[in-house]
Design a protein around this ligand. Sequence first.
Ligand code: GLN
Length: 446
Amino acid sequence: LTKDTLAKIAEIDPDIDAFLNLNDQAQVQAQAVDAAGINADQPLSGIPVAIKDNIVTKDLTTTAASKMLENFVPIYNATVVEKLNAAGAINVGKLNMDEFAMGSSTENSAFKTTKNAWDHTKVPGGSSGGSAAAVASGQVLAALGTDTGGSIRQPAAFNGIVGFKPTYGRVSRWGLIAFGSSLDAIGTLTRSVKDSARVLNVIAGHDEKDSTSADFDVPDFTEKIGQSIKGMKIALPEEYLGEGIDPQIVAAIQKAADQFRALGATVDTVSLPHTKYAVPAYYIIASSEASSNLQRFDGIRYGFRAKDVKNLTDVYVRSRSEGFGPEVKRRIMLGTFSLSAGFYDAYFKKAAQVRTLITEDFNQVFENYDLVMGPTTPTTAFGIGEKVTDPLTMYMNDILTIPVNLAGLPAASIPAGFVDKMPVGLQLIAKHFDESTIYQAADAFE
Ligand code: GLN
């Protein structure tokens, strides 16, 4: 399988540019798994997977698609990588992304432009664009991605595959290069719902190395797959079908609602009234956390260091000026501004209050419903270069995915047809730690 996967990557990836770096030990590792034989404790025995490049891999370059980490070779594995290894999976390589996971198109990578698997003139979405395009173009069956404001679900939607962001705390973030620590989640990109559950089974669980990792039992996420959704109560927020959402996407989602009704569920219109404040609140919170997390890239400890520097300040200023790309710098400036003494109450504190209101919106709906459904994105994949010079339009693309991260909920994007030959994503959101119900409904829909 690994040999076949590497051959497929060699054949397909020159047109897609999803991989930043291949694991030259993959075949050796696969042979070791073969030699050990099939083992019931290794549910992914010999299965090739690929990993977003902001998740650290021992002895394998990990760049977060930034010049800052161009030659960074970690000395340890992220917990999720350790868990994949223990399950027998073979990591074949590292996947392109927006620099430090900041973006919605993978155009913010310092290294290459990944193409949408369905139309090479379009973006694959982001920031896990490499993960989505690698899976959708048939190179690997499963990839890990990360989702801070939609970065698993949006690229999954743009590429017509299954993207799953677990509940905040369900999967350890240890070894994830942090962006917005209160929002970041590691999750899966796969072609099928069941494969997603199988990989989540392996990577989920408490980890004492991550203080925000939840000490909860992990169910078998495949347990409800195949069960009827008769009687399931699904909410469809009116804000998710309103202004700014492509009418053809609205029609696809209404059709999906009818399909759920035909399967025996009820689908009612509800309201999540604070949805419109999610994007501004998110950009304050995520940028504030990012500005703090990225302080470690100082040109001293590791990563890029500017040449011919005059003194210590010069090392800091020039290394950061030359090492970070424009979007990362924009976030650092936005974040340090929002956190600064004179503006804290007006920006960060307000955003944190909005975050609570958004969480309460969801909590209220979940008092009466099992799931929330809606589109994943307002449009299908846009053209490469189309939005890259207009950050605000790019930010608005995340309006339907960001509320979930602010509330820490689990959510998936699954394929729901096409508009003008480009895939549409259906988003399913559940209560905290109720991933299994998403899998049940997603499987029934699939
Ligand atoms: N597109 C959003 C951003 O740029 C979300 C990114 C993400 O989820 N990592 O912040």
